[in-house]
Design a binder for this molecule. Structure first.
Ligand SMILES: N[C@@H](CCC(=O)N[C@@H](CS)C(=O)NCC(=O)O)C(=O)O
Ligand SMILES: [Fe+2]
Length: 291
């Protein structure tokens, strides 16, 4: 299954507990980056590119050219460096076509003008359909729609390696939350069934690891390990049992620290909101409660 010309390198952003990956075809020297992080200090409003620059240096040292910037979904917990990387390399930004729905939802939440966001997949170069095939150099890749955590969640299957975004966590952490707008535990269960139909030696790469019980950081597992020991969905778990467990846990989770900045930037493919007439860009927070 694994092609000898495939190289996968993991990068970790400690602040958001996010894994990003460089996937390269050693033959053609073409590469993809999956889920790059743009660093953001919310209190200072300071956006910086340390993590993305590490990815760029890694590509440069190896003499690889960036062809794709692949998002598994519009993340709600960290900003995406997709736009920055595109500016630096000319690579295309791709995401699942469900991003249109996510853009529509948050265009309303943030009251974004039509002139800035049409919610038709704008800001992305490529919207993938389910089962769509594409190439990274000479590597074959397939898009597997895996909604549930969000409307637009996809997994990327590249030569027997599956990048699942937040559809699954490591077996001892289970699955991601389904309580964001557009999230649905029933739909996530069905997406996971689809993943469980892949060959059992398929390697699964996480987008996050929150190190339950303080264990060491882990970023990959297999379909077989998930089916045998995922704490939320094993091979024989019933949909209703999963949904009950998932929804109960979701009620206990706090809103992610960076949800507002992340969503505003990530529905724009990692571009910051347009500058106002004073030349300054702002992040909006819709206020609730007392008014
Ligand atoms: N504490 C983190 C939580 C981030 C979060 O909610 N992550 C999502 C994925 S985007 C999730 O599914 N978390 C599950 C969990 O924390 O158990 C933060 O504030 O950023
Ligand atoms: Fe997520």
């Amino acid at each position: 299954m694994t092609r000898p010309s495939l190289h996968i390198e993991m990068f970790f952003d400690q602040d958001s507990a996010t894994f990003s990956y460089v996937v390269a075809d050693l033959e053609s020297k073409q590469a993809a980056i999956i889920d790059p992080v743009l660093n953001y200090d919310a209190a200072a409003g300071l956006v910086s590119t340390e993590d993305a620059d590490k990815l760029l240096s890694y590509l440069q040292v190896n003499g690889w050219q960036l062809q794709w910037i692949l998002e598994t979904h519009a993340h709600a917990d960290h900003l995406s460096a997709a736009h920055y990387l595109k500016q630096k390399t000319g690579a295309s930004i791709a995401i699942g076509e469900g991003i249109r729905k996510v853009q529509q939802t948050f265009k309303v939440v943030f009251n974004i003008a039509d002139t800035e966001l049409q919610a038709k997949g704008d800001y992305f170069d490529k919207l993938f359909a389910d089962n769509e095939q594409f190439t990274i150099g000479s590597l074959q890749a397939t898009v597997v729609n895996t909604p549930g955590h969000t409307n637009d969640s996809v997994s990327y299957l590249i030569a027997g390696h599956l990048f699942v975004g937040d559809s699954l966590f490591m077996p001892d952490a289970g699955t991601a939350r389904c309580d964001f707008p557009g999230g649905d535990a029933h739909i996530l269960f069905r997406s996971i069934q689809r993943i469980y139909q892949l060959p059992e030696d398929t390697v699964i790469y996480m987008c996050h690891d929150y190190q339950p019980n303080g264990r060491e950081l882990k970023y990959k597992t297999t379909v077989l390990e998930q089916k045998n020991s995922n704490i939320h969905v094993k091979a024989d778990t019933a949909e209703a049992d999963f949904v009950a467990k998932r929804e109960a846990r979701d009620k206990t989770l706090a809103v992610p620290r960076l949800i507002y900045p992340s969503v505003q930037v990530n529905i724009r493919g990692g571009q910051l909101p347009k500058a106002e007439d004073n030349g300054q860009r702002y992040i909006k927070i819709p206020l609730k409660g007392y008014s």
